[in-house]
Design a protein around this ligand. Structure first.
Ligand code: F6P
Length: 366
């Protein structure tokens, strides 16, 4: 049997582990794996311009330890379905037809789509024209309702945590406020876990609306207690007065978020008189080698996708539920976002240890 695999959308640590897992499990069954380059764009191959290669266990040996993706990826190409903030676009009919022609020409019995909600939505469109799709959920933001954790997330958290350790020492030396911008478009998971782990004083996330007044109050209280440095972690998707800060205008594809750390930094310095700097962690959170958890989750996702193909479970995506790999319909998987519950034990525990979320719910200062 011939099968294909591609990864689409933003990269994240653990993609290569998925590829290695899928290739290993497929090869054990005697199947041949076609790896498509640059996401769905690879499906637009022609005999004159092939954009795939055969993947073997030998050619994928230990890629699980490496960051990025050996196949490359694209998130603004011919298959773009997202536009601006929350907008949707249709994939052109000829693009769908050319994709189908490639799958038929190569004799593929299944195509594994490793991607986030946008890519899984594209996968659904391909399924509607008859392609046998199996999904693997991917995003460092960890905001897919389908699965308890997505690979790459804990690597991103570990980057934030380590960078906070570094930023704290320089903030201490200069008695500064340091505002650190973490990724997290709709969900604050990276800022939340990274911030708790790295000892942030304030964590600002999309799920908990904050006010500048409450952040200033926390900063001043912390200063009054004699603490030299103040660390604030903010998700790129956190809103101020309901406003989302973006880096560019709405172009083809999803709008780029960013700028909230710079904005807050200026405001806080002006209001408090405390010298303030900001640091945007950006793609350092997405690059580099995956931590062990993400390597293991990645290879398990890849192997499970092969199980689904063998069982004929097309239109399903793999998912991690507690300690087990399971599957569910892709439609269901992309329907709900996995967001931070502002009333959860995790938030309560963070508040109890003195972390502020920039709202009225802070623990009383003793
Ligand atoms: O969705 C994952 C993510 O890393 C977001 O956290 C971030 O907003 C976005 O991708 C960045 O995308 P790009 O690599 O296109 O700038």
């Amino acid at each position: 049997m011939n099968i294909g695999i591609l990864n689409a959308g933003g990269d994240c640590p653990g993609l290569n582990a998925v590829i290695e897992g899928a290739v290993g499990a497929a090869s054990a069954r005697g199947w041949t794996v076609y790896g498509f380059y640059d996401g769905f764009e690879g499906l637009l191959s022609t005999p004159e311009n092939e954009r795939w290669r055969i993947l073997t266990p030998e050619s994928c040996l230990n890629i699980r330890s490496t960051g990025g993706t050996i196949l490359g990826t694209v998130n603004k190409g011919n298959f773009t379905v997202k536009s601006g903030v929350g907008g949707r676009m249709q994939i052109a009919d000829d693009v769908l037809a050319r994709s189908k022609a490639t799958v038929e020409r190569l004799g593929l019995s299944a195509l594994i789509v490793v991607g986030g909600d946008g890519s899984q939505t594209i996968g659904q469109e391909l399924r509607q024209i008859g392609l046998p799709i199996v999904g693997v959920p991917k995003t460092i933001d960890n905001d897919l309702g389908a699965t308890d954790y997505t690979f790459g997330f804990w690597t991103a958290v570990s980057v934030v945590s380590k960078q906070l350790d570094r930023l704290r020492t320089t903030a201490y030396s200069h008695q500064r406020i340091m505002v650190v911008e973490a990724m997290g478009r709709h969900a604050g998971w990276i800022a939340l876990y990274g911030g708790i782990s790295g000892g942030a004083d304030v964590i600002l996330i999309p799920e908990i609306p904050f006010t500048l007044e409450d952040v200033v109050r926390k900063v001043e209280l912390t200063k009054a207690l004699g603490q030299r440095e103040i660390i604030i972690v903010v998700s790129e998707g956190a809103t101020i007065g309901g406003k989302l800060l973006t880096l560019d205008e709405e172009t083809k594809g999803e709008v780029r978020l960013g700028g909230i750390a710079a904005f807050l930094s200026t405001k806080l310095e002006t209001i408090t008189g405390i010298e303030t700097r900001y640091c945007v962690l950006g793609h350092t959170q997405r690059g580099g080698s995956p931590i062990p958890f993400d390597r293991v989750l990645g290879v398990r996702c890849g192997a499970k996708a092969i199980d689904l193909i063998e069982e004929g479970k097309f239109g399903e995506t793999v998912a991690l539920h507690r300690t087990d790999m399971v599957s569910m319909p892709i439609e269901e998987a992309v329907r709900t976002l996995h967001l931070v519950d502002s009333k959860s034990q995790l938030i309560e525990a963070a508040r109890e240890i003195g972390i502020s979320f920039g709202d009225a719910g802070d623990a009383p200062e003793s």
